[in-house]
Design a protein around this ligand. Sequence first.
Ligand code: KIV
Ligand code: ZN
Length: 495
Amino acid sequence: MRRVEIFDTTLRDGEQTPGVSLTVEEKVEIAKALERLNVDVIEAGFPISSQGEFEAVKRISEEVSGPVIAALARAVEKDIDRAAEALKNAERKRIHTFIATSPVHMKYKLRKDPEEVKRLAVKAVEYAADKADEVEFSAEDATRSDWDFLVEVYEAVIDAGASVINVPDTVGYTTPEEFYELISYLRKNIPGIKDVKVSVHCHNDLGLAVANSLSAIRAGADQVEVTVNGIGERAGNAALEEVVAALFTRKDVYKAFNEVNLSEIARTSRLVSHLTGIEVPPNKAVVGANAFAHESGIHQDGVLKERTTYEILDPKLLGFSGSRIVLGKHSGRHAFRKKLEELGYELSGEEFERAFERFKEIADRKKSITDLDLEAIIQEELGSSVNPYRVELVHVTASKGIATATVKIIDGGERVEAVWSHNGPVDALFEAINRAMGVNAKLLEYRVSSVGSGKDALGEVLVRVEVDGRISVGRGLSTDIIEASAQAYLNALAR
Ligand code: KIV
Ligand code: ZN
């Protein structure tokens, strides 16, 4: 069995998913979840690209220990300097530098010839080498590059000090058979390759990202770059949970292991979905709501007699707990704390008190509080800690196509209020909030879903709004969806 390293790029390539924009706090929260998941490397961001990205990489470097922290940089000195600065306080730091090597990228995007590209790659790696513990080099669009040119470039960057060479399928173009050949070719033809790690980074444009990554592992790749729930640029990246589940289930084929903590998969997937606003499709492998649901009578009968008749993976191993009813309105702090510990949350004193108060408020209106409810409450509380706005009153009446919303909001120490009428209750509510807050926010997306099932299920609302050209996501949670909508809107405005 060989060890394969798991390089998570949810916070970098995953954050490039259209419509996703995470705050620094949220990125730190995801990085802590990745630490619990025990990935080997966390790519925390692309520091030169914005002040927010820089701050996130810096905070993660300071607050997360265990995994190597990586930061992305183009093959230019100013990017590498910024990455090094952001990583300064990381326990173990990696600079990940890249330049494109395919004919189409070199000619049209870079307007440089292959010799110049190779020279810049070497210069960047040499420059980064004494600024981090490890340097990773990526030949962007490797799968559409000339194989002999790739051999030349990778050999040159290994000589310059790269300790990881990454082979990205940037546009999701390759196939499992071809990628196997490419990785084998590189391993055979680059003399220095035995001294470095070979990494792969697959995109999902043809739905082959996971298959290509696994094929590369069979060909000897030492590291796979993945994202939680497979989010990422365009059709996304290889999904962490699918690669890990395949390596676990088919050890006989891949003969490779990794140290990911399987029992954290369910929770990490829910957290990423919650904070990015990207829902996991129900039929998604490993983490979709239907991944372990059995509809046909024959299947149900089989699973009841022997789980493995129709399940190749035990959902409990992945952290999908079987427990349903756990806490209710009579539960006290002690039981609440115990349950949080069981779910793996460590809340500070103030966070704990806020979450407990919110739990009591909801438990007063809802008969039973499930693990899913609790997770939603905690994530909502952690996410709203930056929100200075509080709903004091929200009242909506609707009749014959006209709705009127009254809102009172506490903004810092001040109360602001407005009344607005429109043809739908949600339209009226959001416009009343705009008026009260003096903003002109545009609603781009509005989604309501229930957390768990049952008549008294919590309603979770997601809104995506645009204010002055900036897009942000907010969530709200309540047994009353109008109240949840107001909270979600204010959370989005606060961000
Ligand atoms: O897809 C890609 O080529 C990348 C590189 C920066 C590794 O994300
Ligand atoms: Zn990518």
